[in-house]
Design a protein around this ligand. Structure first.
Ligand code: G1P
Length: 302
């Protein structure tokens, strides 16, 4: 059953695909999932799960691949470490350590073979059931100061169907993303077509899909029928294209254009930018770090 028209049930579940190989970050990701690389002092995936929880989605399913152990350990309690910190009277760190173990109601499912984002989403079907759900990609980090998901939830409540997050990118970059054809619809857009990683000449626009989706459960049925596409993988973009073309499959598909700060933490340069920007904004590290950065830029940069 889909909820194509009007208000559907409330979105409560988030799916976080985390089974990628992280090849852009080798050798760091040889034995560590890329989602566990720290941004300042928290693993990238913790920001993503905190984002979901902030938007009211505290039931989180992580789709893992190999090396899932450190992920599971991170979001579990560590009683031995807690005891050591308590004994030392280090209450601030104790609170931090406990917080990541109590952040959300986190579940795991394993994606046997890396057959694409669409396949990862399909692995979530048994957990998600028949209600709309969110998908948050770990590589895309939305600055916690610029909320996006709550806006998308509002749009989903208003229109039903599915909602994707969009970012205007330079046309030379569109081949790295899913690209959409869209028409204005109030503050948002109605999506009429989607293409996964097009050549610049074939891109319907310079609106790129960034890794936040709210999906109608009708997507599972569509994904089951979706043939491997770009890169030989089952593409979520292709399933959404089918839904945009035929709203009886669980459409319509709307888009929310994001104008805040977003980082691709799977890309080394953007990862460094994320680290610097977040460190600058931190109350504990920011003042000293900003002073050092100013000095560094004015005297040591050549
Ligand atoms: C995935 C999607 C793509 C989207 C991108 C956002 O691609 O397939 O449509 O634009 O995420 O980060 P990936 O980057 O996983 O190859």
């Amino acid at each position: 059953m889909s909820h194509a028209s009007g208000r559907g049930p409330r979105v409560t579940k988030a799916v976080v695909p985390a089974a990628g190989l992280g090849t852009r970050f080798l050798p760091a990701t040889k034995a560590t999932p890329k989602e566990m690389l720290p941004v300042v002092d928290k693993p990238a995936i913790q920001y993503v799960i905190e984002e979901a929880v902030t938007a009211g989605l505290s039931d989180v399913l992580v789709v893992t691949g190999r090396n899932k152990r450190s992920l599971e350990d991170h979001f579990d309690r560590n009683l031995e470490l807690e005891e050591v910190l308590r004994h030392k009277g280090d209450i601030a760190r104790l609170d931090e350590v406990r917080a990541s173990g109590e952040l959300a109601d986190i579940h795991y499912v394993r994606q046997g073979a890396p057959r694409g984002l669409g396949h990862a989403v399909l692995c979530a079907e048994a957990h998600v059931g028949d209600q709309p759900f969110a998908v948050l990609l770990g590589d895309d980090m939305i600055d916690p100061r610029d909320p996006l998901l709550s806006r998308m939830i509002d749009v989903q409540r208003r229109h039903g169907g599915s909602v994707v997050a969009l970012l205007e990118v330079d046309p030379s970059q569109i081949h790295l993303y899913g690209s959409v054809a869209a028409t204005p619809c109030g503050d948002d857009v109605l999506i009429t077509g989607l293409v996964e990683k097009p050549r610049p000449a074939d891109a319907p626009s310079n609106l790129a899909i960034i890794g936040r989706y709210l999906l109608d459960p009708g997507v599972f049925e569509v994904l089951r029928k979706t043939e491997p596409g770009r890169g030989g993988e089952i593409q979520l973009t292709d399933a959404l294209q089918a839904m945009a073309a035929d709203p009886s499959l669980g459409g319509p598909v709307h888009g929310v254009v994001f104008r805040g700060r977003r980082y691709d933490t799977g890309d080394r340069a953007d990862y460094l930018r994320a680290t610097v920007r977040l460190a600058c904004g931190r109350a504990d590290l920011g003042p000293d770090f900003r002073a050092w950065l100013r000095e560094f830029v004015s005297h040591e940069m050549v």
